[in-house]
Design a protein around this ligand. Structure first.
Ligand SMILES: Cc1ncc(C[n+]2csc(CCOP(=O)(O)OP(=O)(O)O)c2C)c(N)n1
Ligand code: SF4
Ligand SMILES: [Mg+2]
Length: 295
């Protein structure tokens, strides 16, 4: 039987609709993610965070790049955009500057945001562009078959690193912090409550906020490295996560199956790009200057 023809169980009288379904495009189900993939849990947390955020969802928009995580844009029930590989942040920046009333969230993968899109990430953080960036870090390029990513821990096996990765990997909270992000947190998909709270806080923060979400890719990363299924990866997250609220971000490197520092590391204030531009131009041009995006 074609799975698309199945009656959704949540629409029967016995079972109330799942709390997150109203934030998803039900007509797009079933989704394309593999069993045990962590992206679905990250989306579940995101739906809950949207519900608790108090944001006007008619003015909240989501942008993804390309990859398994990039497919999130097609499933969330927001005005959402599935853009080209690595270009989610510049696309989001354009949207925010054209209509500063919008809350713009970028939801994408580690490869998309930190390999091909790395340049855009560092400059948006440096400028304190008013965006929330949520990165699902599964340590690999999932969609294209498990190639090495800038986040792959040293020693891990990937299709393009059959003898183990010999490259150093990015410590994403440290990168975001060093570039000037005003909010930086890391959780795993085991920590659903904390992750939901972090997403909510990030979306309610003015300026460039960043949430790293560690999530298993059982089909490629875990299988090649013989780490077991999605549940076994959750066990690894549970047993190896160490709460490090406020820790110096330089201490948050993740080695192969090593300790994972989780928590909120940065929460500070800095003028956003628009605030800085308006303030500067008002000073230089004087009364004739009409600030952009201020009501
Ligand atoms: C310009 C361009 N280069 C390369 C690709 C191939 N490509 C598609 S997705 C992807 C990597 C995605 O990795 P990540 O962002 O980590 O997403 P994941 O699938 O792991 O969620 C690559 C290299 C592409 N689509 N476009
Ligand atoms: S390939 Fe990996 S990241 Fe992509 S859906 Fe499957 S488990 Fe998830
Ligand atoms: Mg990835």
């Amino acid at each position: 039987m074609n799975p698309m023809e199945l009656e959704p169980v949540c629409e029967t009288e016995e079972m109330p609709e799942h709390a997150v379904l109203s934030y998803l495009r039900k007509d797009r189900m079933p989704h394309m993610w593999c069993p045990g993939c962590g992206i679905g849990t990250a989306v579940n947390c995101f739906g809950r965070a949207l519900g608790e955020s108090g944001l006007d969802l008619d003015k909240t928009t989501l942008v993804s790049g390309i990859g398994c995580t990039g497919r999130v844009a097609g499933y969330v029930n927001l005005d959402s955009f599935h853009t080209t590989h690595g270009r989610a942040i510049p696309f989001a920046t354009g949207m925010k500057l054209a209509n500063p009333e919008l809350k713009v969230v970028v939801f994408s993968g580690d490869g998309d945001l930190f390999a091909i899109g790395g340049n855009h990430f560092i400059h948006a953080a440096r400028r304190n562009m008013d965006l929330t960036v949520i990165c699902v870090n599964n340590f690999t390029y999932g969609m294209t078959g498990g190639q090495v990513a800038p986040t792959t821990p040293p020693g891990a096996i990937q299709t393009t690193m059959p003898f183990g990765n010999h490259e150093p990997s990015f410590n994403l909270p440290h990168l975001a912090d060093a570039c000037g992000a005003v909010y930086v947190a890391r959780w795993t998909v085991y920590h659903v409550k904390q992750l939901t709270r972090a997403m909510k806080e990030a979306m309610n923060k003015r300026g460039f906020s960043f949430v790293e979400v560690l999530a298993p890719c059982p089909t490629l990363y875990s299988r090649r490295n013989r780490l077991g299924n999605g549940v076994e990866q959750l066990k690894y997250y549970k047993e190896n996560s160490v709460l490090k609220h406020g820790a110096p971000t330089a201490e948050l490197d993740i080695g192969f199956q090593g300790e994972i520092g989780v928590g909120k590391f940065v929460d500070r204030e800095r003028p956003t790009w628009l605030d800085a531009m308006n303030g500067h131009h008002a000073k230089v041009i004087g009364e004739q200057y009409r600030p952009w995006g201020v009501r």
